[in-house]
Design a protein around this ligand. Structure first.
Ligand code: ADP
Length: 483
């Protein structure tokens, strides 16, 4: 099959979250299954620096956008054989900062133009109007940044099938009315059954309302977004489209996330020989200047510091454990200034028990996955979540809220599952620090029973969330749509 895969971030070129991981792994998995998949993304300045050899393959005139002509550059996704197309519109994409925000942390004011142009480009590629003599069978668009493409394609009679994947419904791409006018969209779409959402232009509605099929990244999240609690105002529309909505769990790229091969670790290890994990723990303690005790449970957390991830619940629930010297805590992340400050305050109060890195660090994320005993993910909602799956493979027992992909990937160590030997972590229900504290108390009790803990670790390490299975599920969907 010929698949055009459109995403605004792709690892290792640029990444703000799990979308980038998925946008690298899924195309590679499809390629391994011998399909003709090509990735298209914006040519941000930092991407041009990392993308290796590029060739200019087309120039397109797109009236209404600040760049008179947009160039399409062709290369290969680093570390793979997946063809890559970069949309080079220098005035829109060659800027400092992350893909969506200026260095001062504020969203770029013209994001509607940037991703409106991206969608137009996807439309042109999908219809083979860029002179490349390649026409996909399926166009797979991801998140709001590519959301207008399914809508634009829906207006053509002869066109490829479209799939839209929601990686996080909380991010919708909402803009003032003038953005709708600036993008020259058909006036009748300024309607609640079109792109209008409470007086704003909604990019994500272009995907949800007009793609042939919608997916999201776990079966549980696919059910949760149909409820008013988790639907972010779109549950009505999603219920209307529930017949073409499915949840397909993300996979893990075990070439990057495998404690037996991980180049970021001081020692590598596997289920057969866990001794390297103890060395990773000591190295992590040393890095954060914590006492190098092997017996004290080390709790870890990596993630964006936003309300969604529940890091506030973690900081509150962990404090008594730090005060009593019953656990150490290491947190790696950045985001909301107030949450960062709360984390700093706690780390200052308990320097002997807490390590903190504010910022983004790929090596530290790997080192923490390996060096921690317990990985804590108290997310208020979690479409899929990758870190808990990494933790399982690294023998780091996850403590997670029973929501979204966390519910689908971790088996709670209740008496029944402990007895059956298939427990892999701890789940808790309420999004409160008390419920998390109770879950941590359960985890620590198990930790202090070494035989039981080792069974939990090994059961987790034996789990297989590789991309193969997820890629097969996407393929089955593509084939279904094309036939
Ligand atoms: P989300 O997409 O909501 O951010 P996921 O769990 O799906 O959450 O994916 C997050 C990805 O980003 C993981 O690979 C995680 O390790 C990584 N990540 C998040 N914050 C950081 C950070 N501060 N340093 C390194 N990696 C991070």
């Amino acid at each position: 099959m010929r698949i055009l895969f459109a995403s605004s971030e792709v690892h290792p070129l640029i990444k703000t979250g799990g979308l980038a991981d998925v946008s690298a792994s899924l195309p590679q998995a499809l390629k391994r299954l011998r399909h003709d998949v090509r990735v298209v993304m914006p040519a941000y300045g930092s991407v041009l620096d990392k993308a290796g050899d590029l060739e200019q393959v087309a120039t397109l005139q797109l009236p209404g956008f600040p760049d008179d002509a947009v160039t399409l550059l062709s290369g290969t996704l680093p570390g793979s054989r997946v063809p890559l197309w970069l949309v080079d519109a220098p005035r829109l994409f060659r800027r400092a900062g992350d893909p969506y925000r200026a260095p001062n942390g504020h969203d770029w004011q013209d994001n509607y133009l940037r991703f409106g142009l991206f969608a137009r480009l996807i439309e042109h590629l999908a219809l083979d109007r860029a002179g490349l003599e390649w026409r996909p069978d399926v166009v797979h668009c991801n998140d709001w940044q590519a959301g207008l493409a399914p809508l634009m394609l829906s207006m053509h009679e002869s066109r490829p099938a479209t799939v839209f994947t929601i990686h996080n419904l909380a991010y919708q791409g909402l803009f003032p009315r003038h953005a709708f006018d600036a993008l020259n969209l058909p006036p009748h779409l300024w309607h609640y059954q079109g792109l209008e959402f409470h007086g704003k232009l909604s990019f994500i509605k272009g995907g949800i309302g007009f793609a042939d099929h919608i997916t999201t990244v776990s079966p549980t999240y696919a059910r949760e977004i149909l409820t008013p609690q988790q639907g972010f105002g779109l549950d009505g529309l999603l219920n209307h489209r529930a017949g073409v909505l499915t949840g397909i769990l993300n996979g893990v790229d075990y070439r990057e996330w495998d404690p037996g091969k991980d180049k970021h670790l001081v020692a590598r290890y596997s289920a057969d020989d866990l001794s390297g994990k103890a060395r990773c723990k000591a190295a992590l303690q040393h890095h954060f200047k914590l006492p190098c005790h092997s017996g004290i449970p080390l709790l870890g957390h990596v993630g964006r510091m936003v309300a969604q991830k529940g890091v506030d619940l973690l900081l509150k629930a962990a404090e008594p454990l730090l005060a009593a010297g019953e656990a150490q805590l290491v947190v790696v992340g950045s985001g909301d200034a107030a949450l960062e400050q709360t984390a700093r305050n706690l780390a200052q109060r308990y320097p002997e028990h807490m390590g903190l890195h504010i910022g983004y660090s790929e090596p530290l994320a790997h080192q923490l996955e390996a060096g921690a005993d317990i990985f804590v993910m108290p997310s208020r909602f979690e479409p899929c979540g990758l870190n808990q799956m990494y933790s399982l493979r690294y023998g780091t027992v996850p403590v997670v809220r029973n929501t979204g992909g966390l519910a689908d990937t971790v088996v709670d160590a209740d008496p029944e599952h402990l007895e059956a030997g298939d427990a892999t972590g701890i789940q808790f229900d309420e999004a409160t620090s008390q419920a998390l504290a109770d879950a941590l108390a359960r985890a620590l009790a198990l930790y202090h029973d070494p035989a039981c803990w080792k069974r939990l670790m090994l059961a987790g390490m034996a789990q297989d969330f590789s991309w193969g299975r997820s890629a097969e599920a996407y393929l089955a969907l593509y084939k279904d749509l094309v036939s």
